[in-house]
Design a protein around this ligand. Structure first.
Ligand code: SF4
Length: 150
């Protein structure tokens, strides 16, 4: 079984109430091969919701208590993002998941690049909170951008 960011499979769970449907992933994986997760909803956030970014840091630093996840209004949503990551890891362990395909650039799901916290579309190196926690626990994480190589 493979964990997939639910928005990539057409679920309208993004902050703006839309999806990031990706035909490559839908065509490549059948429903019985995947477990759809939205860490931000699993963390208790509503959809739609105020957009959030990791503020001046990465998922690794969020998990180590060194920086926060903030909304575009400056609210601290860190605890929701950590809970969402922990719930996703719980699902991964329950179903012995070894791989995850997550949505790029997201403060939860992003891999290698994420937004910098200024909500100005600037990207910095780093992983989202959920991506980092899965990696820390030995799960192979890729994004929709690597799916051709999968
Ligand atoms: S990127 Fe991740 S947290 Fe954001 S909507 Fe998609 S599944 Fe949910």
């Amino acid at each position: 079984m493979i964990i997939v960011s639910a928005c990539l499979y057409g679920v309208n769970c993004r902050y703006d109430g839309k999806s990031s449907e990706n035909a490559k992933i839908i065509n490549a994986f059948k429903e019985d091969q995947i477990i759809l997760v939205c860490p931000e909803e699993l963390g208790g956030l509503k959809t739609p919701r105020t957009p959030c970014e990791i503020y001046k840091g990465t998922g690794k630093e969020v998990l180590n208590g060194l920086c926060k996840v903030k909304s575009s209004k400056g609210e601290d949503f860190t605890s929701y993002f950590i809970k969402g990551a922990e719930e996703t890891l719980k699902i991964a362990k329950t179903f012995d998941v070894k791989k995850a395909i997550l949505k790029s650039k997201s403060p939860s799901c992003g891999l290698n690049t994420i937004y910098n916290g200024d909500f100005d579309k600037t990207l910095v190196k780093g992983n989202g909170v959920t991506a980092q926690l899965l990696i820390n626990n030995g799960i192979d994480v890729i994004t929709e951008n690597e799916i051709d190589e999968y």
